[in-house]
Design a protein around this ligand. Structure first.
Ligand code: PLP
Length: 403
C-alpha cells in the first residue's frame, strides 16, 4: 500500500482486502509469495546491523518473512491490536501464548469447556512445569470470582466453546482477572474475528487458528497471536524465534487471500446456521439444539451483547445417543463427516468419539458433551440443500427407533 495513506480511517472490509500489502518492484496486484528461508545482505556490516535490530529487514524465515509480515500487519489492523505474531497452527498460537511467559509456581485459571487440545495443554502439559491450573464453569461468574480470589498469571477461555457453544462474559471475567494481575487470553476461533472483539471487551490477548474461517477453504494450517506490543515483542517473539513454530510463507499467503473474503463468507455462514438451527428446533429427531443466536440458548442475552450474530456453528443432540447420532451422520449426502470447521463446505462431527475423545467421560458429562451431541460447522452452500440433507438423514433414523 502507498506509504502516505491514512489507514486509520479504513473500515473492516478495506483493512481485510488491503491491509499490510507490500508490493515488490514489479507492482503485482495480489500479494506475492516469498517462498525463501534465508535473506542476503549487501555487506557483513549490514548483516551485523540487521541482527542487532538496528536496521530494518528480515534475517531468517523462522523469525519471519515478507509474506508472513503482510499477514501479521493485516491481522493486526483487523483486530485493532498493537502487534501480531503468526505461527504454524492454531494450537501453536494457544501453546506459545501460554508457554512463552509462564514460570513455575504460576497459576492459570481457564474455562472448562475447551477444545480437546486446549484442554490437554491446560490439564496435562502445564502441571508438569509446576503450574497450578484451575478449571471453572465458564458460564458462572461466581465460579470465576472464587477462582480469581488470588494472584493469577493467566486466564484462558473460549467463547463460544467447542463444541457445546457455552459463552463466557468476556468483559466481566477480564475485569475480575485484572484485579489479581492476570493476563486474559481469549481463543476467539469459534466467534471469528468478524463477530466478536475480545480486545474491545477487555481481554489482553486474542488467538486464532487461521486454519478455520480465515483460510476457510480447508487448504492450510496456521495460527495468530494478537496483543500489546510489549507482550508480542518481549514475551512471544523470543520464544517463537528460538523454539521454531514458524508459519510457512505459502500458508501465510493463503490466509491473506482468505481474509479478503472473510466478512462475506462469515455473513453467509451465519445466515445458513440460523436457518438450520431454526429448522432443527422443529425436528422430532432432535432432543436439544444449541445455537447462541436462538432465544432458547441459555445465554442468548449475553450472545446479543458480545457477539454481532449467533455464529457459524450449531450443536444438537440427536435422540438415541451415539447410535442415533451415528445413524444420522452416515445418512448425510451433502454434509461431510469431518472434524475440521469454519470451512465453505458444511462439516459434521461427533465430538465424544473424535475431537474430545481425550477428555474423560466425567468431564465430558460436566461439559454437557453427551453421546448424542453432534457439532455442525455450517458451510456456505444453498441452505435449502443443507436443510433437505439434514431432514432426510434425521427423518430416516426415526422409524428404526420406533419414535
Ligand atoms: C481448531 C481449533 C484450535 C486449533 O487450531 P489448529 O489450527 O487446528 O491447530 C484451537 N481452538 C479451537 C477452539 C479450535 O476450534
Amino acid at each position: 500500500m502507498k506509504r502516505d495513506v491514512d489507514t486509520s480511517l479504513w473500515g473492516q472490509a478495506t483493512k481485510l482486502v488491503r491491509g499490510g500489502t507490500e508490493r515488490s518492484e514489479y507492482g503485482e496486484t495480489s500479494e506475492a509469495i516469498y517462498m525463501n528461508s534465508g535473506f542476503c545482505y549487501e555487506s557483513a556490516e549490514e548483516a551485523e546491523l540487521r541482527f542487532r535490530g538496528e536496521v530494518p529487514g528480515y534475517v531468517y524465515a523462522r523469525y519471519g518473512g515478507p509474506t508472513q509480515g503482510m499477514l501479521e500487519e493485516r491481522l493486526r489492523m483487523m483486530e485493532g491490536a498493537e502487534a501480531c505474531r503468526v505461527v504454524a497452527s492454531g494450537m501453536a498460537a494457544v501453546f506459545v501464548s501460554l508457554m512463552a511467559g509462564i514460570r513455575p509456581g504460576d497459576r492459570v485459571v481457564a474455562s472448562r469447556a475447551l477444545f480437546g487440545s486446549c484442554h490437554y495443554i491446560i490439564t496435562q502439559i502445564l502441571p508438569r512445569f509446576q503450574v497450578e491450573t484451575v478449571l471453572v464453569d465458564g458460564r458462572d461468574l461466581g465460579a470465576w470470582q472464587k477462582a480469581l480470589g488470588e494472584k493469577t498469571a493467566y486466564v484462558f477461555l473460549e467463547s463460544p466453546s467447542n463444541p457445546t457453544l457455552e459463552l463466557v462474559d468476556i468483559a466481566a471475567v477480564s475485569a475480575m482477572a485484572h484485579e489479581v494481575g492476570a493476563c486474559v487470553i481469549v481463543d476467539n476461533i469459534f466467534a471469528t474475528p468478524i463477530l466478536q472483539h475480545p480486545l474491545v471487551l477487555g481481554a489482553d490477548v486474542v488467538v486464532y487458528s487461521t486454519t478455520k474461517h480465515i483460510d476457510g477453504q480447508g487448504r492450510s494450517l496456521g495460527g495468530a497471536i494478537l496483543g500489546s506490543k510489549s507482550f508480542i515483542e518481549e514475551v512471544v517473539t523470543p520464544f517463537h524465534r528460538h523454539s521454531g513454530p514458524a508459519m510457512s510463507p505459502f500458508n501465510a499467503w493463503l490466509a491473506l487471500k482468505g481474509l479478503e473474503t472473510l466478512p462475506l463468507r462469515v455473513e453467509r455462514h451465519c445466515a445458513n446456521a440460523l436457518a438450520i438451527a431454526r429448522y432443527l428446533e422443529t425436528s422430532p429427531a432432535i432432543e436439544r439444539v444449541i445455537y447462541p443466536g436462538l432465544p432458547s440458548h441459555p445465554q442468548y442475552e449475553l450472545a446479543k451483547r458480545q457477539m454481532s450474530s449467533g455464529g457459524t456453528m450449531v450443536a444438537f443432540v440427536v435422540k438415541g445417543g451415539k447410535v442415533g447420532a451415528f445413524e444420522a451422520m452416515d445418512r448425510l449426502e451433502i454434509i461431510d463427516i469431518s472434524n475440521n470447521l469454519g470451512d465453505t463446505k458444511s462439516l459434521i462431527t461427533h465430538p465424544a468419539t473424535t475431537t474430545h475423545r481425550n477428555v474423560d467421560a466425567g468431564m465430558r458429562a460436566e461439559m454437557g458433551l453427551s453421546e448424542g451431541l453432534l457439532r455442525l460447522s455450517v458451510g456456505i452452500e444453498d441452505v435449502a440443500d443443507l436443510i433437505r440433507d439434514l431432514d432426510q438423514a434425521l427423518g430416516a433414523v426415526l422409524p428404526s427407533r420406533g419414535a
